[in-house]
Unconditional design. Structure first.
Length: 179
């Protein structure tokens, strides 16, 4: 209604503090110019090289080591992501501050469950299988997550143990009062 000036709605495009009466077309051009200037300042002048994922990065900061200088470069996982606030592969932006396009809320765990055939179910997590930064599994699933790919899962114990390097059994020590 505003841009088509239905029932005088284009009055919303006018900057009341100025002497002239601005049109919606004029304000749209100014907004586009401002947006392009911001993109050039932040990402460079090669417009065709701009990629949404460079601005829309998902951040997975280590809860203990993530703020320590130098160490944070090794333990915090950063990855470009697609999607946006209103897409299927949702990646909510922060909207303000020095990086308004930062992906601050997304599905860190995604699973598709087939109840008719549980062995056809798939899942993915945004980082890796281990929470330990020195493990080779610390961020081993992040690229799959970013690309929207999945890992198959199975209820078959034989398949689950097929790639195991060992088996760990945890046995609690009974307290003397429990005997």
């Amino acid at each position: 209604r505003v841009f088509r000036d239905v029932s005088g709605a284009s009055i919303w495009c006018d900057v009341v503090q100025s002497r002239s009466v601005e049109s919606c077309a004029e304000m749209s051009r100014l907004a586009l110019d401002d947006a392009l200037a911001e993109l050039v300042d932040t990402y460079g002048s090669e417009i065709t090289a701009l990629r949404w994922g460079e601005a829309h990065q998902a951040t997975h900061d280590h809860p203990v080591l993530g703020d320590i200088p130098i160490v944070k470069w090794f333990v915090n996982i950063r990855q470009s992501t697609s999607g946006g606030d209103h897409t299927l592969q949702r990646g909510k932006t922060i909207g303000t501050g020095p990086n308004p396009y930062l992906n601050v809320h997304a599905g860190a765990y995604r699973g598709v469950y087939d109840f008719a055939d549980p062995d056809s179910s798939v899942f993915i997590i945004s980082t890796g299988q281990s929470g330990h930064p020195l493990s080779r599994h610390y961020d081993n699933l992040s690229k799959l997550w970013r690309r929207g790919e999945y890992v198959p899962m199975s209820l078959d114990e034989t398949l689950a143990r097929a790639g195991a390097t060992g088996l760990t059994t945890l046995t609690p020590i009974l307290d003397q009062t429990d005997r």
